[in-house]
Design a protein around this ligand. Sequence first.
Ligand SMILES: [Zn+2]
Length: 161
Amino acid sequence: MSYSPNQSDVNCLFCQNDIVEKYFFAKGNFVAIYNIAPVLPGHSLIIPLKHFETIDELSDSELGEMMIFARKVTSMLKKVFNCDGFDWTVQDGVSAGQTIPHLHLHIIPRKPNDLAGAGEWYSHIPENEKQLIDSDLRKRLEEEEYMAITLRLREEFLNLK
Ligand SMILES: [Zn+2]
């Protein structure tokens, strides 16, 4: 089974084949990719292959599938990154800070005292969204490092399945 975007929008970052094919876990209509500029180690994105802009556009079964897929990804990230909690966040709509008009769920693994304040991650999300779009921003991982993490996760996930 190949995982490439369907109903793709040529102008949409998450409808680009070269983004989606970097998934580390894929099932059904969803893929998990590693964040190119992780706020914390393990920061990943859950993305529908279909171009949905908001949660509203998902059917009940697609929404269920997305949550079940995301829970599977968190349970596996927990083993790989040895974390004990997760922040889940969706910027659903422009007024909520959505910058990429393709639904995506941020999954951020958490450990005790990993940030000065437990809610501090949230203030990093708008900046992170910009980093996903702008390849010139410095906090992004180098392509080589990024692919090394992705391939490691892909392998670990295969073994954990
Ligand atoms: Zn899209």
